[in-house]
Design a protein around this ligand. Structure first.
Ligand SMILES: [Mn+2]
Length: 424
């Protein structure tokens, strides 16, 4: 399903008056509102191919309807999201779930929707059909060299698929670890993993980056071989300048200070970027901003401060992606909500008065420092996000338009009731 400009323009025309009133009200109080809008317009968040279908839990999965059954349909869905909000102009693929039969045709299709290929993702956490060796006891960490070889070769194959599509990075997330004390020699597991990562790193094209994602627990429950940012940082530092640490918001132990982690990784030029989601208890993969929007704002506050300090391009110098799972909501509606939440947190971070914050910090004025952050956080910046979308050709209210057009019903008619998208 493709939206034409007229549908979006008609919708915007109908809703323009209240928007203009709200926008002018907030714009009057912001120093460089045009600069803020420009940055919001440039900011793009990649959608992973596996987030377009209904996710499951280990207890069950309740099918959605009209889900994308092919890579082409996944691209079509992200194209639809992008036409609605103009902020989701990239797709992140997962191998082997998304192996393109004809890379050029897939590339052309994505370009026709204005989409780029973000990081490629390898999969050594499941066994595929006809796979020679099992990953039951890990992949790169495995005690058996043949399993490690297979995992390294798979990652190199993923790089090749990515090269054909114009991707520039590989994300490695390992489920490796142990579930019981005594199961694993930690040092040997670390060394084996490092050796594998070195081989993968050596296979990177000149202009590629390697992202090492960490996770505190699950599927292994006693130890994870890349369990926290320290372990990831150890790998990425030893590997070299093309290796970076990737932060997934749901991959920490409860109450971890993620904004501090982000700040320090940026200080060391080792932050790859983000997998956005939200959580209350663990790796819940909930809609971004649905549980803890203040944390999301504080993270963006550190990101903006750190990126500006290093003269980085907010939109392109770090990798931005959603990594969520949708068990009870329509995946596309959920993604629209997530993107909106990210844009809101980013806009709030952009309007923090950094000079005043620095003054307050230098003066040990704790109350005022806190006030400055909360002033930005408590500002309703939704009209700024809507204005950015409007100027880029998107909808003022993407979710409302999605509903008004009855998109899911259209997709059900086109694709059918029981298509199961590949993914988790
Ligand atoms: Mn992730």
């Amino acid at each position: 399903m493709k939206l034409n400009e007229k549908i979006i323009n008609d919708f915007n025309k109908k809703n323009i008056d209240p928007h203009t009133r709200a926008y002018e009200f907030i714009a009057a109080g912001i120093k460089d509102v045009e600069g803020v809008i420009k940055k919001l317009t440039a900011f793009q968040i990649a959608i992973p191919s596996w987030a377009l279908g209904t996710g499951g839990t280990r207890f069950g999965r309740f099918n959605g309807v009209g889900e994308p059954g092919t890579l082409e349909q996944k691209i079509e869905d992200i194209g639809l999201l992008h036409s609605l909000n103009k902020s989701s102009g990239a797709i992140s693929l997962h191998i082997p779930w998304d192996i393109p039969e004809d890379a050029n045709a897939i590339k052309q299709l994505a370009t026709s929707y204005g989409l780029k290929f973000d990081a490629m993702n390898s999969n050594t956490f499941q066994d595929q059909q006809d796979q020679l060796n099992s990953y039951k006891f890990g992949s790169l960490q495995h005690v058996d060299k043949a399993v490690r070889r297979q995992a390294v070769d798979h990652n190199i194959e993923v790089i090749k698929h990515g090269e054909a599509l114009g991707s520039k990075s590989l994300t490695v997330w390992l489920a490796d670890g142990s579930s019981f004390p005594g199961q694993l020699n930690f040092r040997k597991a670390w060394q084996n993993t490092f050796e594998g990562l070195q081989e993968i790193y050596a296979a990177l094209p000149q202009d590629w980056k390697l992202f090492i994602e960490y996770k505190a627990f699950e599927p292994n429950f006693y130890s994870m071989t890349v369990g926290d940012w320290g372990q990831s940082y150890l790998y990425t530092t030893k590997l070299g300048p093309k290796a970076y640490t990737l932060v997934d918001l749901g991959h920490h132990l409860p109450n971890a200070n993620i904004e501090q982690i982000v700040s320090l990784l940026m200080m060391e030029n080792k932050l790859a970027g983000f997998h956005f989601n939200d959580s209350k208890y663990g790796d819940d993969d909930l809609t971004v901003g649905s549980i803890n929007p203040y944390q999301l704002f504080l993270i963006f506050n550190e990101l903006v401060e750190g990126m500006d300090l290093k003269n980085m391009n907010h939109a392109t110098d770090l990798a931005w992606m959603i990594d969520a799972s949708h068990n009870v909501k329509d995946p596309l509606e959920d993604l629209l909500q997530s993107i909106q939440a990210i844009m809101i947190a980013y806009a709030q971070a952009l309007i923090v008065d950094r000079n005043k914050l620095q003054e307050a910090q230098q003066a040990n004025d704790v109350t005022y420092a806190q006030e400055i952050l909360q002033e930005a956080y408590r500002t309703d910046v939704r009209p700024l996000v809507a204005e950015a979308s409007l100027r880029a050709g998107g909808a003022i209210q993407p979710l409302q338009l999605f509903r008004a057009l009855n998109v899911r019903e259209q997709l059900r008619k086109e694709r059918g009731q029981k298509i199961i998208a590949t993914g988790l």
